[in-house]
Design a protein around this ligand. Sequence first.
Ligand code: FES
Length: 216
Amino acid sequence: MILILSHDCPASLLDDVVRECERQGWRCTVSRGTEQTLVTLEGSGDPEQLDAAFRDRPEVDVLPILSQREYRYLRGRRRLLAGLAGGLGALTALGAGLPIAGFLMPPKGAVSDRNLVRVAGREEVKERSGKKVTLLGKPVILVRMERDRWFALSAICTHMNICQLDWHEERRELVCPCHGGAFDVYGNVVQGPPSIPLATYPVERVGDELFVRREG
Ligand code: FES
């Protein structure tokens, strides 16, 4: 099981939550991120009792997760499949990457396309780094790779559609803090538990400004 609280939840609330979980027989691991605070639970507690304890507390989200055994099994299987699909994946990634990487020439005039939403200035994102931006109220990660290749992907992990992904510079992947799922810059799953790719958006650079093309 996993509990999600806001990133700036007061220490007293976190203490209350941990105390209640431990009282129910769970071992707690707390990690505070920039977007959320996670309390990962292991042990012999009863998920229904846990759910009941926090049902009336909107500040605490209780998520069911797989048992450690199930999770390890699925993760191993998915890694194997990812390995088998590697060669093919690289080819599809090349094809899939083209529409979402923007290589625009310097501007010839003002941007008049109403479907383009400005999300950042070019200098705000260093090479090989990512920046969280908002596209029509949804969190999106804008990634800049070498040679000014840009990618924009939904920042919501497709495993449970709740946890927000972080950009991992060394791995060059978007990584989920909830159960370790990971995606490449094309949105492909590279590590489970998620099995559904991330939504991607076309990025266009106009001079030193970056725009993401909204859907529809
Ligand atoms: S929510 Fe489980 S891996 Fe992201």
